[in-house]
Design a protein around this ligand. Structure first.
Ligand SMILES: [Zn+2]
Length: 196
């Protein structure tokens, strides 16, 4: 935007400078016509007129230099605008690309959430209410993980190895008994890899 403002500012400066040149040129033309017409006869007036024509010619030259200088500034402003416009286009296309990828990822995640939520509902419906209540309570307390696998004598929730006495108790417990980790209190899920 700054570059575009500079471009339009220099365009205005150029128009103004060109108008200045035109004014001086018109005045010089008028003076020259008066001189050529022969209407001015007094030597003093003739001298004044010629002096003015010379002075206007110098002024016109100076103003034309101003026009050239402004045109150069305008040209570099135009180049800057073109360069920045190209960069804006390139950055915008990166934004568009990233937005499209984000939208696709959100859509996929939403789909997964819907599937997993449905699966959880089915599983939750098959679990006794008091156990589900305990699980949800632990889940709230333990960063979203209410139950953990007992793997090679370790709780996979807190990564602590269970004490020998504790393992012995778990070994004795009936398969449908809810066993908990001594350390983090999570529900322990026994498998063939539990190391019991
Ligand atoms: Zn634990």
């Amino acid at each position: 935007m700054a570059a575009q403002t500079e471009e339009s500012d220099t365009a205005r400066d150029q128009t103004k400078a060109e108008q200045d040149v035109d004014q001086v040129r018109q005045r010089a033309t008028r003076d020259q016509q008066r001189l050529d017409s022969g209407a001015v006869t007094s030597p003093k007036d003739l001298e004044n007129l010629q002096r003015e024509i010379a002075s206007l010619a110098k002024r016109q030259g100076d103003l034309e230099d101003v026009v050239l200088e402004v045109m150069e500034r305008r040209e570099s402003a135009q180049e800057r605008v073109a360069e920045l416009t190209e960069r804006v286009t390139s950055v915008q296309s990166k934004i568009d690309d990233a937005t499209a990828r984000r939208d696709a990822a959100v859509e996929q995640i939403d789909g997964e959430v819907a599937t997993v939520t449905k699966e959880r509902e089915v599983v939750a419906a098959s679990i006794p209410a008091d156990l589900l209540k305990l699980y949800d309570k632990l889940r709230g307390q333990q960063g979203g993980v209410g139950a953990a696998k007992l793997y090679a004598r370790s709780c996979q929730g807190c990564r602590q190895e269970l004490a020998i006495t504790e393992l012995a108790e778990i070994r004795k417990a009936a398969p449908d008994t809810v066993v908990r980790c001594e350390n983090c209190r999570r529900i322990l899920v026994r498998t063939s890899e539990s190391g019991l």
